[in-house]
Design a protein around this ligand. Structure first.
Ligand code: XMP
Length: 333
């Protein structure tokens, strides 16, 4: 039987009871597969890797070694949250790598979006491989592969091109010859969330909006600079806070700030104030292939604008992108 094919008889996991049964099954399967060996996992803090981490902590405890790489392109508070949940609350074996300088130095002056993506993807593998080589006796690599990833790679193998190159941890150097552990590879995203909640992960973590692998790197348009990246991170945090306060976070599929590499003149405290614009994007979709924009009430847009322009150094205007996909993609790069 092809282990990458979801059996027709497999029931859709929609309830806690079904999720509990799946978890028990996977715990037994993982224990049988890895025995007393160590398993490595790149833990980004996204839904899929978080669910795999929580499942494997249950199955094999400290035999799991999680590596969280902060590429310097995370949203505000994100790496801290990964440490809090997995190291402090779930007592995981977690290695935290702050690789901000490695990534930002490599990205300096790189403005082409696909080159940025490839640079970030390749460096991610380098950093992760460096950590893996420091460890003894690791035989397995766990991955948060889910069923749509498998379906997507079948499509690509058939010659249909993806619009943008996405990355995950696959493709490690040959000296790191791990056997894969992929406990959620037959699940669809909605099922992964049900399993995540059954494992005790917070609703917020399990239902968080998608965040691209290259992170804020593709939202700090053109060549990334630290000051503009910081402005983007702060403006994005304000947007997220206001979406939470105003009940939009639960409703909108994906929302974020983009900061282009251009400035305009403005005025602040009676002086000329040259700054970047912060562009808000807030979209709804079911499959990310097409998207509509959220009609954010003007009063909320006004408050967000007032906060961003007064609290974030370097931003003097806020724009709202009302372009659906098509013609705009969800991300700007
Ligand atoms: P686009 O911009 O193509 O985005 O309309 C569709 C969805 O994919 C996400 N996205 C990415 N995810 N690596 C990822 O892991 C990437 O390089 C990447 N580019 C876009 C985007 O956030 C949206 O949810």
């Amino acid at each position: 039987m092809d282990s990458n094919k979801r059996p027709d008889s497999m029931a859709r996991i929609t309830t806690k009871e079904l999720a509990d049964a799946f978890i028990e099954e996977q715990i037994a399967a993982v224990r049988a597969q890895v025995g007393d060996k160590k398993v490595l996992l790149a833990l980004s803090g996204g839904v899929d890797s978080s669910v795999v981490a929580a499942l494997l902590i249950k199955a094999i405890g400290k035999q799991l070694i999680c590596v969280h790489v902060n590429h310097g392109l995370m949203r505000k508070g994100e790496s801290e949250n990964v440490i809090e949940v997995f190291r402090n609350q779930l007592d995981a074996n977690l290695i935290y790598v702050d690789a901000t300088d490695r990534f930002l130095n490599l990205l300096a002056g790189v403005s082409d979006p696909e080159t940025k993506r490839k640079t970030i993807g390749a460096e991610f593998i380098n950093v992760f491989a460096d950590e893996a080589r420091k460890l003894d006796g690791v035989s397995f690599l766990a991955q948060g592969t889910i069923y749509p990833d498998i379906l997507e790679s079948i499509k690509q193998a058939e010659g249909k091109e993806a619009v943008k190159s996405h990355h995950n941890v696959g493709g490690l150097p040959e000296d790191l010859d791990f056997e894969l552990v992929e406990p959620i590879k037959l699940l669809f995203k909605d099922e992964v969330r049900v399993v995540g909640e059954a494992l005790g992960l917070s609703h917020e973590m399990v239902y968080r909006q998608p965040f691209p692998g290259p992170g804020l790197g593709v939202r700090c348009l053109g060549a990334i600079t630290r000051d503009r990246l910081n402005a983007l991170r702060e403006a994005d945090a304000i947007l997220r806070e206001e979406f939470d306060i105003n009940g939009l976070a639960e409703k909108v599929w994906q929302y974020f700030v983009v900061v282009p590499d251009m400035k305009s003149v403005g005025v602040k405290d009676d002086s000329r104030y040259v700054g970047w614009p912060a562009i808000i994007r807030a979209v709804n979709t079911t499959d990310a292939m097409t998207a509509t924009i959220e009609e954010i009430p003007y009063a909320i847009l006004g408050k967000i604008t007032a906060r961003i322009t007064s609290e974030v150094k370097g931003i003097n205007r806020v724009l709202y992108d009302i372009t659906p996909k098509p013609t705009g993609t969800i991300e700007w790069e």
